[in-house]
Design a protein around this ligand. Sequence first.
Ligand code: MN
Ligand code: MN
Length: 298
Amino acid sequence: MNLSVPQEYFKAGKIASKVCEEMAKKTSIGDRVFDICNKVEGMIKNLGGEPAFPCNVGINSVSAHYTAEIDDESTIRNGDVVKIDLGVHINGYIIDTAFTLSFNPDYDLMVKAAKDVLYEAISMVREGVRVGEIGKVIENGASKRGFKVISNLSGHLLQQYKIHGGVSIPNVWVANTPSLKANEVYAIEPFLTTLDGSGVVVDDARRNIYALIGRKRTGDKNLDFLVDQIWNRFKTLPFTARWLIDIFDKKEIKMLLDKLVQVKILHAYPVLVEASKKVVAQFEHTLIPTESGVIVLT
Ligand code: MN
Ligand code: MN
């Protein structure tokens, strides 16, 4: 087999799996979202990686792009369905993985279905398979288990320092899509909701994950210093205010970040919520297609 991907992927993959395993065992009702995020990000660093993006914790209908605020008081409550989505990078080579924990027996089947659908999709991965075919397997897999996919969230190609590398792996059937290439790295991530859900996510007003999109000077010493710090620490990868409070005032940092969003130096990711507020489950693995099958990195 001619496998030529950077070795960093394998190390980052092992770190990500280890963190998922630990968090799946240790997360329970009463835990603070703030502590979950810090624990995940701390564990990644202790194991020799860097977080590729702030740990996402999505409770119930919150589907993606929520991380703990500086002063986040939210906790896991009895009855919650909790998605933990984490990223590890080494030298910019990114691993992206997620799992769901159910603290509500009503959703155990849906959580299991999301996991089974992911494995069903992975089992068909090999060089040359069209990404739309993977979407079809995910969509049909959800429907035959009595659930609905979130159609406007998808998996993606991963590239160095780029979480979304230009190719999407849809969770629904799409015609005329590109084929998977060997020696490329992809994340597949089905999101499932109940049949009475709308099956799409919408933006809500909250934004607490940011990424640098430009490095132009503002003329404001404080803001320009912040931009330099962001570039030095995170490059163009997503980050959050919690990661900057060692050098900026807790009360000031959100305001500074908002100013950088206004002048289009930063992008702020809206929190994505299921449109009819139904509960969502997600599983995600990072993998490499080969001529004969697949190498799962997580
Ligand atoms: Mn993810
Ligand atoms: Mn992803």
